[in-house]
Structures are given as C-alpha cells and as structure tokens.
Design a protein around this ligand. Structure first.
Ligand SMILES: O=c1[nH]cc([C@@H]2O[C@H](COP(=O)(O)OP(=O)(O)OP(=O)(O)O)[C@@H](O)[C@H]2O)c(=O)[nH]1
Length: 621
C-alpha cells in the first residue's frame, strides 16, 4: 500500500468485484486489493440510443452490474458486502459503440472498422457502498469513467483473420486485447493503458482518495473563498497524513461504515514502536496470505486435472457446471465450486454462458495436447505432494526422504522403486516429456552445434531434446539412449515431422551397457540425480567413448544460473533435500567435473528457466 495507501482503507471491508473479467481481477489483485469475485448476471442490453454519450452508457452498465451483485448477495442472505465494484469497457468509433464480438464474423467487422484509425476506449466504473438496515439493502453509488485513445496500424485482411483465428478477440471489447497479441495491432495510445485492458486503476485510486479523504474543514472553509482544489494525486497521501481529515460519515450522515469512517478517528493516537499508530492496522500481508493459500491452489489444479475438467472444456463453446459435473461424474455443487476456483485462478474463463478453458489451459492442461503438463501435474499430485509432507523431518534430520520430482528424469523415477506398474511408468515418462518440451529449445540452441554430425542423448527419454537438436541442425543424426522401460513407452509421444527420421531410440543402461558412438554426447538433467561416485562413473564412460574433438553438452539447473525466474532457488533447494540420491551442484562444480574427465575449452550459456548449458570438447588423452 506504499504506492496507494488509500487502498488500505478497503482492507477491513468485504470487497466484491462484480466481474468475470480475468483482466480486471488481475489488475486489482496486482495492486494489492483483497476481494472476492462474484460475476454480475446483469445483461448488457441497455438501449444505447437512450444515452446522451457512450460513456454515460458504460457508466450505467457498470452501475447495473454492481447493483445486481449487491442485491443478489443481500437477498441470498449471504453477508452483505461492504463495497461492490462494477466496470464496463466499450470501444467507440465513428459514433458506434462496440462491445465484445459475438462470433468471428462480428470480430472481423469490428476490427475492420478500427483498422488504420483512431478510436476511443471507455471504461465506466461504479463503486457501490452497501449497508443493511433492518434487512433492507441501502446502497450509495460513486461512478466515473476513463477514456483512452488508441490508433491501429493499417492491417492486412490476412493479419486480421490470423488474429481472429487466435481466439483472442472473442471476450474483449472492440475485439482485441491490447495486453497480448492485439498489442501488435496498435500504433500508439494516448491515455491510461490499463483502462484499455479493462480497469482504469489510476482513476480508481483517485476516486478512492476523493471518497475516503474528503477535503479538510479548513480547506472547505477556504473553498468558500476560493475554489476546491481537484484531487488529482493519491501518491502523497498516507493514512498518517490523512489522519487530520474529518470522518466523512459524520458529515454525510451515511448509515454504512463508509469512506472516512473507522481509523481516521484514531488518527491522533501516538505511533507505536513499530511505526504504526495504535489504532491503525499494519499493512495487509497480501503476499503472505497468498503464500499460505498456495497449497490449496495447487491441490485445486491437481483435482481439476484428475477429473479431466480441462479435457471436457477443450472446445471453444462454454459449458454449464451441471453438464460438466455429469461428464466428470461428480456432484454439481462440488464441481461448480471447483470450476469457480479454477476461474479465480485464471485457469478457466467464466461467463453467463458457462465455463471454458483459457488458451493456456488448452495448451498445457488438456491431457492429450502436444504440450500437455497433465502427467507432470498428476505425478506431483501422487508423489511430490506426499513427499513434501515429510519436509519437516528432512529439514530436521538433513536426510533424503524419498522421491523428489521437480526436474527429474525418467531414469531417476524408474530406479527409485515404487513406480512398478506400467501405468505409473507411462505417467512418469509423460511427466518427463512435458517438462522436457518446455526446456528443449533453449537447451538445443544454447550453442552452435553445427560442427557435429552425430549425437547421443543419454537418458533422453521421449526424445524431446533430440528432436529439437535434429530440427535445429539438419545434418545431425541423434540417438536417444535410455532404459528399456522408458523406451517401451516413447512411441506414444512421437509426432510427425521432417526431423523424425534422424532421431532413433536405443534401449540400454548407461552405467552398464556400451554407449553408442557419437561426436556429441548430451546429458540433460541427468547428473543432478546422482551422487558424486555415480557421476564420476558415468562421465568416465562417456570420456572413454569420446574421440578427441568430441563434445559433451550438459544441461542442468544450477543455483547460479543467469536466468532463475522459472524455478525459484528455494523450491529447487528443498527438492534436493528430499531427493534420495542426487545433489545440487554449482556451475563451477559442473565445469570442474567436465575438466576432470578430459573435456576442455568449457563454454557456458544460459539455457532458460534457471538452466545452464555447458559444452566441453574432448582433448586428446
Ligand atoms: O484491450 C483490451 N480491451 C478489452 C479487454 C476486455 O474486454 C472485456 C470488456 O467487456 P466487459 O466490460 O463487458 O467485461 P466482461 O469481460 O464481460 O466482464 P464483466 O463480468 O465485468 O461484464 C473486459 O474483460 C476487458 O478486460 C481486454 O482484455 N483487452
């Protein structure tokens, strides 16, 4: 709340966002606001012609959306919310109001109108303060709107259709999303970017300042002589400074615990040693609460995947909770709750017509998709979840507890014991495949490997990296060498492509069987799973098989990788503690291992997502 202390005024209140828009939810939660989401059922069908201006229409729609939720929550005898926020975004061009397209043709009509021109994006916002008096709902509505000018480039028909086929326009006012692919259509904007995305955060904060920090008495007195200075900044207001203001409800006679009530009255109290006034609450620990709730979010995702909710919703058409429940063979009320949680987590989109997958869920959460992480998620649900229940004893004793999963290779999983059934094996191969697909491209392109004509990926599982290597280097023949139990399952994960013919699979144990001859050996995500003696044994075998000039490419997660974003060091470090045999090694340690085993001229490059790639060249013995 440092940037906008006035948001702190809402922390003690039950705030409801009356919107199904994932963007609005994100903008407000990124700003640190805590709120519930209850999408409005108000049909956006007001007669546009009856409004003097487009923004009057947007403001009224926002007001109706918020009031519908306030009334519904009150009637349902749920605890009446304190504040309900509604918003409506429209696009206006040449006197026409454009809302969300109903289908692709409609999107095309809208985008064609915007093509090469300036248009206006207007978001109306309503902030409804509610109170309940003798069972009756009392509301007080504050409203405003924000307008932003956007100019589209001259766009070809082909580009417009390509954009429409991406699916992005469908739930967006004017048929585009400036925050994503639609940003490429835009030449410039004048005004608030977030207003275009769906919520004018800056203006909202100013409005809160107006509501919660009304002008002081002396200002009002002065205003009778002068004019009231407009509230155009919220940055320099803090609760402490605002403490001098009069409680607004006293003046306005509001029944609800509205703006200006509460903490302000205590403003004269002395600051405590921790810097906060006795009656002022400390900053709301939003990040901490999110962390505390984190496991619930993971479990909701795991459960949705296990029920195959995302498979049921993979078509574009939204479906109702009752239909989804019958397809996944679960209770309607339970399914509806889970669907709502998934929508809140941004995994589903919810509208009046029902629920449907987001683009990202279609890509990663549908179980048979090319980039599916379904098996990896199921692996985490079945194994890692249990494993982490032993974290406390692992920390106390400093010993490994069983089976870590993050970033592990099928090699580890198969040799750890409990994954006996074919089904378990297949899931592990699928889990490894899903992860490997995410990291294969940066790993394959970390160095120029065009000097090699043959490669052997040791422990290469389904060949995700091998395919990327073959795709990148057209003369490279790649052998994937992995355990027989792994190779048995790889055919399930193969897709056609010109590189397919240059990737072959060979079953074997790299600790026992002779290694295929190759100019380049690859060990990606293998060494971290083994203790030092096994790592030395394996590298000795590779070194013995490699002729002078041969390469050894290592790809590993390292604590000192340049790009650490995707795998926070903490999680990786805990994973290492729980892993039965492996250990985390630094970049310097991997470099030393390569050099110890006869690979010189070691180059290092980031391989994305917290991974580092090292390439050594075999020197003549
Ligand atoms: O560049 C962008 N422009 C607009 C959007 C999104 O478009 C919709 C606007 O629709 P509306 O205001 O009617 O809001 P809904 O999504 O229907 O949700 P409600 O439940 O609040 O009615 C809005 O989601 C914008 O975020 C965009 O994403 N980018």
């Amino acid at each position: 709340m440092v940037l906008c202390p006035v948001l702190g005024k809402l922390l003690q209140k039950r705030v409801v966002l009356a919107s199904a828009s994932p963007r609005r939810r994100e903008i407000l939660s990124n700003a640190g606001l805590r709120f519930e989401v209850v999408p409005s059922r108000f049909k956006e069908k007001l007669d546009k012609a009856s409004f003097p201006t487009p923004y009057a229409y947007a403001v009224e729609t926002a007001r109706q959306k918020a009031l519908e939720v306030a009334n519904r929550m009150h009637q349902k005898d749920l605890r009446t919310p304190d504040v309900v926020i509604g918003a409506d975004t429209i696009v206006t061009v040449s006197g026409l109001i454009l809302e969300k397209p109903v289908d692709k043709q409609d999107a095309y009509r809208m985008l064609s109108r915007l093509n090469g021109k300036e248009h206006s994006v207007c978001t109306g916002v309503a902030i409804v303060h509610c109170s309940s008096k003798e069972g009756q709902l009392d509301t007080e509505v504050s409203e405003f709107y924000e307008e932003t000018t956007v100019k589209f480039s001259d766009l070809s028909e082909e580009l417009l259709w390509e954009y429409i086929h991406s699916g992005e326009p469908m739930d967006k006012a004017g048929g585009y999303g400036i925050q994503a692919l639609g940003g490429m259509l835009v030449e410039y904007i004048q005004g608030d970017f977030l207003n275009v995305v769906g919520f004018p955060l800056n203006h909202f904060c100013k409005k809160l300042v107006e509501l919660y920090y009304p002008p002081r008495r002396e200002d009002l007195r002065r205003a009778r002589q002068d004019s009231i200075p407009p509230v155009d900044s919220f940055e320099n207001l803090s609760d402490v400074e605002a403490g001098h203001s009069e409680p607004a409800h006293g003046e306005a006679g509001r029944g609800w615990d509205g703006p200006g009530a509460g903490g302000d009255q205590q403003a004269g109290s002395a600051p405590k040693a921790d810097g906060y006034r006795t009656a002022e609450p400390p900053p709301f620990p939003a990040d901490l609460l999110e962390l505390i709730d984190g496991f619930k979010a993971s479990k909701a995702l795991f459960t949705a995947c296990k029920l195959k909710l995302f498979d049921v919703l993979k078509d574009e058409v939204p479906q109702k909770a009752v239909d989804i429940a019958s397809k996944v063979d679960a209770s309607v009320c339970g399914t509806e709750r889970l669907l709502d949680v998934c929508a809140t987590l941004g995994l589903l989109e919810k509208s009046d017509r029902g629920y449907r997958n987001t683009e990202s869920s279609n890509l990663y959460l549908v179980s048979d998709g090319e980039h599916s992480l379904h098996d990896f998620i199921m692996y985490n649900d079945q194994h890692t979840w249990n494993l982490f229940t032993h974290l406390e004893s692992a920390v106390r004793e400093g010993t490994n507890q069983g089976h870590g999963a993050l970033g592990r290779k099928a090699q580890d999983l198969f040799q750890d014991g409990p994954l006996q059934s074919k089904e378990d094996q297949l899931r592990c191969v699928g889990a490894t495949h899903g992860l490997a697909k995410l990291t294969a491209r940066p790993a394959a392109t970390a160095f120029d490997l065009s000097r090699f004509s043959s490669a052997c990926d040791l422990g290469g599982c389904t060949g995700a990296l091998a395919r990327e290597l073959a795709r990148e280097y057209p003369r490279l023949q790649v052998t994937v060498f992995d355990l027989p139990d792994v190779i048995e399952h790889v055919s399930r994960f193969q897709r056609d492509g010109p590189e397919t013919a240059r990737v072959r699979f060979l079953a074997g144990d790299f600790f026992r069987d002779s290694l295929p001859r190759a100019e380049l050996y690859v060990l990606s995500g293998v060494l971290h799973g083994w203790p030092d003696d096994r790592v030395h044994a394996l590298l000795r075998r590779v070194s013995d098989g490699a002729g002078p000039g041969a390469g050894l490419l290592l790809v590993e997660a390292v604590p000192d990788a340049e790009d650490r974003e995707a795998r926070p060091g903490l999680a990786r470090c805990l994973d290492a503690l729980l892993r039965p045999r492996g250990r985390e090694r630094s970049l310097a340690q991997y470099r030393r291992l390569l050099e110890q085993h006869g690979f010189g001229d070691v180059q290092v490059a980031p391989a994305g997502h917290g991974l580092a790639a090292l390439l050594g060249t075999r020197v003549a013995p």
